[in-house]
Ligand binder design. Structure first.
Ligand code: IPE
Ligand code: IPE
Ligand code: MG
Length: 233
């Protein structure tokens, strides 16, 4: 079993377009996919599930779509956090907290994290206003401050130093990355953390994704042979 599965929830816009709907209706339809996936993760005892909800590059989209996504995420947390809490899910967020994210959305995120902080069945991490390069730049800046303040010897900077300054230092690296909608790229997701993850791509559009698709991806992962640069003897 993988310990940590990361998902790029992609294809909402295309799903909506195929049905003659607005792109935003695709985002709304993604809620059912997310919750079915969470149930599927709980069913198989997965410990960590990380989902890409909004990238630092997604601000480039039309203001109406960005506004919808912000409001939708806030309402999703309000409507469904009790349910996640009762399921034993610890909800967390990685990404830039400040910036253009409206204050009320940030407050909802912080409240949800506090409410679910002691849950241990599954950690559901939302990558929100997240960019892998932003995460590394933020880590480098924090390390720079420690060096400038005399608290860190630059000669002692190691991979562990970098890993300790990521948004969620206690999060294990993903064993498996799943991307939906037939796109074969990383799109600035978890650049450091995905170093040795197995990659599984599916043509299913995110709103159609269900727990069986997660299990299919896990079975595919179980057929892979991970070597981490070594050789099999
Ligand atoms: C993923 O679906 C959701 C977000 C990026 C917020 P898209 O909105 O990217 O859907 P497509 O890729 O345009 O179909
Ligand atoms: C990645 O999908 C971001 C999220 C799923 C939130 P995008 O749709 O933004 O990625 P690109 O633009 O196709 O690379
Ligand atoms: Mg997309």
């Amino acid at each position: 079993m993988p310990r940590h599965v990361a998902v790029v929830m992609d294809g909402n816009g295309r799903w909506a377009k195929r049905r003659g709907l607005k792109r935003t209706e695709g985002h709304a339809a993604g809620e059912a996919a997310l919750f079915d996936t969470v149930h599927g993760a709980l069913d198989v005892g997965l410990e960590w599930l990380t989902v890409y909800a909004f990238s630092t590059e997604n601000w480039r989209r039309p203001v109406d779509e960005v506004r919808f996504i912000m409001n939708f995420n806030e309402s999703l947390l309000l409507r469904r956090r009790e349910e996640l809490h009762e399921l034993g899910v610890r909800v967390r967020f990685i990404g830039r907290r400040g910036g253009r994210t409206p204050g009320r959305v940030r407050r909802r995120m912080a409240e949800t994290e506090a409410m679910t902080a002691r849950n241990r069945k599954l950690t559901l991490t939302f990558a929100f206003n997240y960019g892998g390069r932003a995460e590394l730049a933020d880590a480098v800046r924090a390390i720079g401050h420690e060096v400038a303040g005399g608290r860190l010897d630059p000669d002692r900077i190691s991979e562990r130093t970098v890993a300790r300054h990521l948004y969620a230092p206690d999060m294990p690296d993903p064993d498996l990355l799943v991307r939906t909608s037939g796109e074969y790229r990383i799109s600035n997701y978890l650049l450091w953390e995905l170093a040795y993850s197995e990659l599984v791509f599916t043509d299913v559009l995110w709103p159609d994704f269900r727990r069986e698709h997660l299990w299919d991806a896990i079975r595919e992962y179980q057929r892979r042979e991970r070597r981490f640069g070594a050789i099999d003897e």
